[in-house]
Design a binder for this molecule. Structure first.
Ligand SMILES: Cc1cc2nc3c(=O)[nH]c(=O)nc-3n(C[C@H](O)[C@H](O)[C@H](O)COP(=O)(O)OP(=O)(O)OC[C@H]3O[C@@H](n4cnc5c(N)ncnc54)[C@H](O)[C@@H]3O)c2cc1C
Length: 421
């Protein structure tokens, strides 16, 4: 990779390996992500934000670095990163380009669900054998060809929040399924090679049930697949999350990402998977803080006036630091304890961590603008993009900030099955 050295290349890691007791391999991988973010993503971020175009060249550059296969198990040629290592690496990318980190998350999750997570999941012998026979196909595409997967789950109804069966349906036919439906906010639309969708497997006349959720890769080139609508949002503009339509798309059985019915059990027993949208925003929180410190010290390129001598600025930075440290500590704990069948306390902490990161990233960015002043919100500087991108975090299903609060309150006060009548 010959990208020029960026000024960010001297940034310290968000989570210092010694302080957070990271293993050497883990620290090296996170370091690799940080350097990649600083050298490759940062210089391209403004253009993709301005034009609302997908940063496909970032993904092409990830391929030789092994980053497309960060969570592909080592025996399948990937880097075999754990859930936590991935989260820490993704936070480093989020510092430099929120849209790339968020899109990368959609790609990586398709290898986490099928990889480390599936390995930890209880499955019947038949399901395990079928899964192990099918998944090398997906991994080979990613490792050898640099294929990009996405994760369009949302439909605009209650399904993405986990409250109803998906309206997108897969009708079993000879050798596979006919898939029909619509996905909104399909990040990487038009750029992904495979759309890893959730849909309801439903034979003619059968009842739609969440238990029959099917997780399957729809090839972008399959007849009946189309991308529609425009994409001109406030933030995360480079994700290009347009609407994906599927009409009687034949998808062979070999494209299953998980065996029949296993996704529902995976989602239930691995709730921390829904924290995977947060690393991007952890990175944005750090970026807002870093920018403020550099700006007040007169070190942001093109703005040499120092403003650090004013007590109000010092207080603002101190308050930002407190908020950042609180955010980091809680989030690090939550991503460190991710595992199948977590305790109630761990799940509640995961909601609290998600809520904290998503809300604090935007609060820190808002405070950064107020503290640095008018010039800091000019489009020639990254802060206003960080502010807009960070606004999106608390909207992301299934763990929006509101849903986290709903669940925290309810699940603290009620044990499963408890009622008041
Ligand atoms: C930049 C960006 C990229 C995205 N990329 C993807 C992607 O790649 N794949 C994907 O699947 N989705 C993606 N999403 C979609 C996202 O996860 C949500 O589906 C989307 O933001 C929901 O918008 P909505 O207005 O339809 O929400 P609604 O479902 O209308 O919800 C509105 C609000 O109501 C509340 N709410 C909703 N349901 C419940 C409930 N059951 N209980 C209590 N409160 C509830 C929530 O707080 C929510 O914020 C992306 C979103 C953004 C902003």
């Amino acid at each position: 990779m010959n990208a020029p050295l960026d000024t960010h290349d001297h940034d310290a890691p968000i989570f210092a390996p010694e302080a957070f007791r990271l293993g050497a391999d883990e620290a090296a991988l996170i370091d690799k992500a940080r350097h990649f973010g600083a050298r490759v993503l940062a210089p391209r971020a403004a253009k993709h934000d301005r034009e609302a175009t997908f940063p496909i060249e970032n993904f092409h550059d990830m391929h030789p670095e092994g980053l497309l296969g960060i969570c592909v198990p080592k025996q399948h040629g990937g880097l075999g990163a754990s859930f936590r290592t991935y989260c820490l690496a993704a936070a480093e990318l989020g510092r430099y380009c929120g849209a790339t980190a968020l899109s990368w998350n959609m790609h990586v999750c398709s290898t986490l669900w099928t990889g480390a997570l599936a390995d930890d999941l209880e499955m019947s012998t038949e399901d395990r054998a079928a899964h192990n026979a099918r998944r090398p196909l997906h991994y080979r595409r990613i490792i050898e060809d640099g294929a990009i997967y996405s994760q369009p789950f949302s439909e605009g109804g209650a399904a993405a929040a986990g409250a109803a069966a998906f309206g997108t349906e897969a009708r079993p036919v000879d050798g596979g399924f006919l898939v029909s439906g619509k996905k909104i906010f399909a990040s990487l639309s038009g750029a992904a090679d495979y759309y890893g969708i959730l849909c309801t497997e439903r034979a003619e006349g059968a009842h739609a049930s969440r238990r029959n959720t099917l997780y399957i890769a729809v090839p972008a080139s399959a007849p009946g697949v189309s991308v529609t609508g425009d994409w001109d949002p406030l933030g995360m503009r480079g994700t290009v999350s347009r609407t994906l339509l599927m009409k009687d798309v034949f998808v062979p059985e070999s494209e299953l990402l998980m065996p029949h019915g296993v996704y529902f059990r995976a989602a239930t027993s691995w709730p921390h998977m829904f924290l995977t949208l947060s690393p991007t925003y952890m990175g944005l929180a750090q970026a807002a803080y870093d920018f403020t410190v550099a700006y007040l010290r007169g070190e942001v390129p093109g703005t040499s006036v120092k403003r650090r001598m004013y007590p109000t600025k010092q207080i603002a930075v101190a308050e930002m630091r407190v908020m950042l440290e609180q955010t980091k500590a809680l989030w690090f704990q939550a991503v460190s304890e991710a595992r199948p069948n977590p305790t109630k306390e761990q799940v509640l902490r995961a909601y609290a961590a998600q809520h904290t990161v998503m809300e604090n990233a935007n609060a820190l960015a808002a405070k950064a603008i107020r503290t640095c002043g008018g010039q800091s919100m000019l489009k020639s500087l990254p802060l206003e993009r960080i502010y807009r991108d960070s606004r999106c975090g608390s909207l992301m299903l299934p763990w929006t900030a509101e849903i986290c609060i709903d669940r925290l309150g309810r699940e603290t006060l009620y044990e499963p099955g408890e009622r008041d009548d």
